[in-house]
Design a protein around this ligand. Structure first.
Ligand code: KIV
Length: 298
């Protein structure tokens, strides 16, 4: 088994080999991400809209996030597991924030947490770091700020907004976060941030200059059947169509009687069949046929 990837190891990758991060929300997807060589598995609050059918990420609670984080942790990946703190779990007091972050570690099995926002969230970031929990920042198009942003809009397009974003990134890096996700920002802004801070940037819709890239598992694999796919997504498979074809083939075999075959069926031993034949008159015809036609399991 590969050595466990830690937050300090990710931090040390600044400017080195590109960091590979993908979301996962359950044990099978975490196993796939790990086998594919993910450095980081993010149990994103995108579980809300990607898996649970909600309109946005605001719907999920700490309990829901921990349920999914623990499922990912049960895959025992070598990848670093980062739990995404949901909306309102780090917005009131540092004390409450630490309690919530601690649950991701103790109950969820994560080794770090991610939270959205810059200088505004510094007291919470400091408190979580003080509790010895590694923190990943998240700036730019922060989906939990959907309503204040007025929709999912690219951030930092104007000079002043870009300057504020760069200042937020510096403040987070100075506070001690081990990496920062940059989402939905012009590539030049991501490049400036990447050059100016000492911790890795991980981009999503932020161009090619970041220290790493992240995408949502269901977008990469084409499992997000029918949902809106943003411009920055590249799908490498169409598993939703493959899955429909597989289930259709199963149903066709059910209809035709081709499923299940003998090899997919359990049989009774000859001895038990004989005893049952004597006990049950209704069983005798069936078992007689069975004895004529099929080998009994021993
Ligand atoms: O929740 C999520 O999936 C995320 C990533 C897309 C960065 O925050």
């Amino acid at each position: 088994m590969a050595d466990k990837i830690t937050a300090p190891l990710i931090r040390a990758r600044k400017g080195g080999a590109k960091l590979k991060m993908v979301t996962a929300y359950d044990t099978p997807t975490a196993r796939i991400a790990d086998r594919a060589g993910a450095d980081i598995i993010l149990v994103g609050d995108s579980v809300a809209n990607v898996v649970l059918g909600h309109e946005d990420t605001l719907a999920v609670s700490v309990d829901v996030m921990i349920h999914h984080t623990a499922a990912v942790a049960r895959a025992r990946p070598a990848s670093l597991i980062v739990g995404d703190m949901p909306w309102l779990s780090y917005h009131s007091t540092p004390k409450e924030t630490v309690a919530n972050a601690g649950r991701f570690i103790r109950e969820g099995g994560a080794s770090a947490v991610k939270l959205e926002g810059g200088r505004k969230r510094l007291p919470m970031v400091d408190a979580v770091l003080d509790a010895e929990i590694p923190v990943m920042g998240h700036l730019g198009l922060t989906p939990q700020s959907l309503h204040t942003m007025g929709g999912y809009r690219v951030q930092g397009k104007e000079a002043q907004a870009a300057y504020e974003l760069i200042s937020d990134a510096k403040a987070l890096a100075d506070a001690g976060v081990f990496s920062i996700v940059l989402e939905g920002v012009p590539d030049v802004v991501a490049e400036i941030v990447t050059n100016e801070i000492a911790v890795p940037t991980i981009g999503i819709g932020a161009g090619a200059h970041c220290d790493g890239q992240v995408l949502v598992f269901h977008d990469v694999t084409g499992l997000g059947a029918g949902k809106y796919v943003p411009k920055f997504v590249r799908s490498y498979a169409n598993l939703a169509d493959d899955a429909v074809a597989a289930v259709e083939a199963f149903f066709a075999d059910v209809e035709s009687g081709a499923f299940p075959a003998d090899a997919e069926t359990y049989h009774m031993s000859k001895e038990s069949a004989e005893i049952l034949q004597n006990l049950s008159t209704s069983a005798s015809d069936i078992l007689a046929d069975e004895a004529m036609g099929r080998r009994s399991d021993r």
